[in-house]
Design a protein around this ligand. Structure first.
Ligand SMILES: Cc1ncc(C[n+]2csc(CCOP(=O)(O)OP(=O)(O)O)c2C)c(N)n1
Length: 308
């Protein structure tokens, strides 16, 4: 969780310093969701992400250095500098891709789950998406098909209260979006998306159900994004007081530290050591990304269209 948070804080520093360009949608605040879910997945399992994908990628095991170089558009990046923030994919660790089209990853999750079912890989497919995406037709079609075919899929709905600048209650008729699963005969659950352990436990049940051939689940995680919709968003649709309240009193990393130091032999000092390692990793990721070459113009079409 700390790696995701610090990775993104570093990106803000770099954008502010004029060293990094691009359109960034930051995940900070929602870390417990990605980490709580992905901690239980292995390389057989496929993850589909959104425009807010840094957290999902890091949690699924995509190399931080490769991601940083990707954001700099360098040839050493995860996608050789051609993907950028919204299109990071790394098939070696099961990251099928981030996606700039709202809701588009949900049928891709169903497709990946169908592949796992047909090929009997033992893997599950996990799709992350926001509250806004549940108003796309693709969400409803994919959930229906996943349900009737009992696909090994887990749909993780990150309800961070806003779709861009639109409050969820302004566009959605149900209070708990998890209820929508009922229309498709699919089990659902609601987790506190600011609590790693709650996400972990509820997604564990869903992952187990999928792995056992019992079909898909919709898990709604109630969460909050700390930064604007994108870097540079004036955030006129919400108050500073609201954001501060979540940051100060409901932060997932603070809560994790409190819980884990109370129930285990880990102490705050141990966590600070991990923090120091993260800082070192990020500093070298930035230095290496800055020093790396840009892709060659003659390679612009390589890997863009592939025939399997
Ligand atoms: C099909 C489509 N419509 C609109 C957009 C513009 N857009 C980008 S993000 C976003 C809001 C998405 O909200 P949500 O699904 O709740 O995800 P969040 O940003 O809250 O993580 C919109 C409308 C888009 N990228 N794709």
């Amino acid at each position: 969780m700390r790696t995701i948070r610090r990775f993104e804080e570093k990106l803000v520093e770099l954008v502010t310093a004029g060293k990094l360009a691009g359109f960034l949608h930051l995940y900070a605040g929602q870390e417990a969701v990605a980490v709580g879910v992905c901690n239980q997945l292995d390389n057989r399992d496929i993850v589909n992400s959104t425009h807010r994908g840094h957290g999902h990628c890091i949690a699924k095991g995509v190399e931080v250095k490769g991601m940083m170089a990707e954001l700099f558009g360098k040839s050493t990046g995860t996608c050789k500098g051609k993907g950028g923030s919204m299109h990071i994919a790394d098939l070696d660790c099961g990251m099928l891709g981030a996606n700039g089209i709202v809701g588009a990853g949900i049928p891709l999750t169903a497709g990946a789950a169908l592949t796992a079912q047909v090929k009997q890989t033992g893997g599950v497919a996990v799709g992350f998406f926001g509250d806004g995406a549940t108003n796309q037709g693709a969400f409803h079609e994919a959930l229906n098909m996943a349900s009737i075919w009992k696909l090994p899929a887990v749909f993780i709905l990150e309800n961070n209260l806003y779709g861009e600048a639109t409050p969820v209650e302004f566009v959605t008729g149900v209070r708990d979006l998890a209820e929508r699963a009922g229309s498709y005969g699919m089990p659902s659950a609601i987790a506190d998306g600011m609590d790693f352990f709650d996400v972990y436990e509820k997604s564990a049940e869903a992952i187990e159900r999928a792995r056992n051939g019992e079909g898909p689940t919709l898990l709604e995680c109630k969460t909050y994004r700390y930064m604007g919709h994108y870097v540079g968003d004036p955030e006129t649709y919400r108050t500073k007081e609201e954001t501060e309240e979540w940051r100060q009193n409901r932060d997932a990393i603070d809560r994790f530290e409190k819980d884990v130091t109370e129930i285990s032999t880990l102490e705050s000092g141990d966590l600070r050591k991990i923090d120091a390692e993260i800082e070192e990793l990020l500093d070298s990721a930035v230095a290496e990304a800055e020093a790396a070459p840009y892709p060659n113009p003659e390679d612009v079409l390589a890997d863009v269209y592939v025939t399997p």
